[in-house]
Design a binder for this molecule. Structure first.
Ligand code: PRP
Length: 201
């Protein structure tokens, strides 16, 4: 039995389709149910940011999660494979009509990815006032809560429609197949088989 942590949303749906071709059975969560039990798998539907803790504590053996979440949380889990879908960029952005001045003392940066932002600016030896938010990050510079943002960009629509621009790309991210360290040893054969099946062509 393999316990799988799947993120809610598009990436989870895409991953479940791959499990469908692996198991050759129809896999569908019933209405609002969060657990899907089959003969060989238990699938759990989990909020993206919560996936690493389920893996680290071995509630799930394997899971699918964005590299942004892995980098932000730095938990002890094994990164098995870059799935090469769910591609996004983590960027620094600011209003189109002004230039983001990195030498400004206490430059204010709004983000939900506090650790990624902090470590990026620390590496550049820039002193930045990081303002932790939980969503609608693009709003912050429009209403002067912040000078700029560190956020995820996928299509670029949100940035564009809010008159922001990309100043720098911090990293490219995509979905990863991850595993609990212990499960990887005790269920190695099954997990390696799944890893092989998930390998992008
Ligand atoms: C994310 C991100 C951007 C948006 C980028 O937010 O924080 O706001 O998606 O996508 P785009 O480049 O395709 O427009 P999310 O949808 O998770 O909502 P949130 O504001 O509640 O975090």
């Amino acid at each position: 039995m393999i316990k799988v942590a799947l993120p809610k949303g598009r990436i989870g749906t895409q991953a479940l389709e791959i499990f469908e071709s692996l198991t050759q059975e129809k896999l569908e969560f019933e209405d609002r149910k969060l657990i899907l039990q089959t003969k060989n798998f238990t699938f759990m539907l989990i909020r993206n940011q919560d996936i690493p803790i389920y893996i680290e504590r071995q509630v799930a053996d394997i899971g699918i999660v964005g590299l942004d979440v892995l980098e932000e949380q730095q938990r002890h889990i094994i990164r098995l494979l870059d799935l090469e879908f769910g591609k996004c960029k983590i960027i620094i952005g600011s209003p189109k009509d002004s230039k983001l001045d990195f030498s400004k003392p206490n430059l204010k940066i709004a983000t939900k990815m506090e650790n990624i932002a902090k470590s990026y600016f620390a590496k550049k030896a820039l002193s930045v006032d990081i303002i932790k938010l939980y969503g609608s990050i693009e709003l912050a510079p429009l209403v002067n809560l912040a000078d700029g943002i560190v956020d995820i960009v996928e299509t670029g629509s949100t940035i564009e429609q809010n008159n922001l621009k990309i100043d720098e790309v911090i990293m490219e991210v995509s979905a990863y197949l991850v595993a609990n360290e212990n499960s990887f040893y005790t269920k190695k054969d099954e997990i390696l088989k799944i890893q092989e099946f998930f390998k992008p062509n």
